[in-house]
Each structure stands twice: as C-alpha cells, then as structure tokens.
Design a protein around this ligand. Structure first.
Ligand SMILES: CC(C)(COP(=O)(O)OP(=O)(O)OC[C@H]1O[C@@H](n2cnc3c(N)ncnc32)[C@H](O)[C@@H]1OP(=O)(O)O)[C@@H](O)C(=O)NCCC(=O)NCCS
Length: 172
C-alpha cells in the first residue's frame, strides 16, 4: 500500500467527491457536490497545503485524507490548519488503512512546518486518541456534538518515526 498525492490519481476525484459529499454534506452550509469536486481538483494541483493524499493498493484508491487551511467555517476562529475528509472505502475498513492515512497526513504536515494540526470528529474520538491526538474542546456544529482534537506533527513524527519508504511515496 502506498500514500500518494491525489494529483497522481485524477480518475479518483469524481468518485471520491461523491463519497465525501454523501458522508459530510449535512454538516456544512451549501457544500454542493460541485464544490466538493472542485476542492479535490484544486488539491490535485499541488502537494502543499491545502492538499489531499490517497491510499493506493495495486493501483486502486482505497481512501483519502486532506490537509486543509479551513474546514468548517463555524470553527475557523480556532485556528488553522485542519485534517479533514478522512475516508476509507467501506470494503477496505478495519485493516489499518485509516491509521495509515492519519499518520501519513500528520507526517506531511510536519514536513510542511505545521506546528499544530486540528480536526473535528463526531464519533471517532477514541480512534484519533489512539493515534496521539488530544481533545481540545467539545462543542457543536449545526446542533451536532463534535470534539475538536489536535496534535503537534513534529512531536508525533519524533515519537513514531516517519512512515517507511515502502508506504510513503510522496515527492516534493
Ligand atoms: C473512520 C475510518 C476512516 C476508519 O478507517 P479504517 O480503515 O477502518 O481504520 P483502521 O482499520 O485503521 O482502524 C484502526 C483502529 O481504529 C479502530 N476504530 C475504527 N473506528 C473507530 C471508532 N469509531 N472508535 C474507536 N476505534 C475505532 C479500529 O477498530 C482499529 O483498531 P485496532 O487497530 O485496535 O484493530 C472509516 O471507518 C471511514 O472512512 N468512515 C467513514 C468516514 C468517517 O467517519 N471519517 C472520519 C471523520 S472524523
């Protein structure tokens, strides 16, 4: 399995955008499928922030994770940047793909000089906590309870080591 920039897999942009939109549209104001698709096309143009990494197995894209300047506008006063849109295809879940994507984007954030990375989650606090993320705040988004968590990417990489070359094929 390899982590690569989404720009190397343009064919996955439209199907991934559809999955992301179906999963998260209710949490955002006016986030259309067209906007979700345009964001991924924009991310495919660069590997620096904001961008998206994909997990590839045998030329098949199994999941994605984004490094964002802004996630939910209502939470933007908490700071920047954010991990967002962590998604693994249902049939590929439960085999460590989510963990691989989270650690890869944290390592990428460290390479980008990000001092503090945040995310918000509805249901996966324990999953992120097991990957070194700490709870910063409990709040709500459109009436839905969410947990804001953060991590210091450089410290995480120092603690765990950078992903091995076999799993990490990002190029500057
Ligand atoms: C969340 C998601 C990315 C996890 O992907 P995955 O590939 O199944 O994750 P992994 O296999 O790496 O799981 C790693 C570990 O976390 C555990 N885990 C997964 N979801 C969890 C949860 N909600 N709470 C606690 N632990 C969880 C797994 O059991 C596994 O534990 P183990 O290593 O002890 O066996 C995937 O379920 C998904 O895409 N969900 C829909 C989108 C979503 O909710 N994204 C997160 C937005 S915050």
């Amino acid at each position: 399995m390899r982590i690569e920039p989404i720009g190397q897999h343009p064919a996955c942009i439209e199907p991934l955008a559809r999955l992301h939109h179906a999963e998260w549209a209710p949490l955002y104001d006016d986030w259309t499928l067209e906007a979700a698709t345009a964001e991924l096309h924009d991310h495919a143009a660069r590997t620096s922030l904001p961008t998206t990494l994909v997990l590839v197995d045998d030329d098949r894209v199994l999941g994605s994770v984004s490094l964002l300047i802004e996630d939910a506008p209502a939470l933007q006063d908490r700071g920047s940047p954010w991990l967002g849109s962590l998604f693994v295809l249902p049939e590929a879940r439960g085999r460590g793909s989510g963990r691989l994507l989270v650690d890869a984007v944290v390592a990428h954030a460290a390479r980008e000089g990000v001092v503090l990375l945040r995310l918000f989650t509805l249901w996966h606090e324990d999953f992120y906590a097991s990957l070194g993320w700490q709870v910063e705040e409990r709040t709500s988004l459109h009436g839905t309870p969410v947990v804001i968590m953060s991590i210091r990417p450089a410290q995480r990489v120092a603690h765990t080591g950078a992903p091995s070359d076999a799993a990490w094929t990002m190029h500057d």
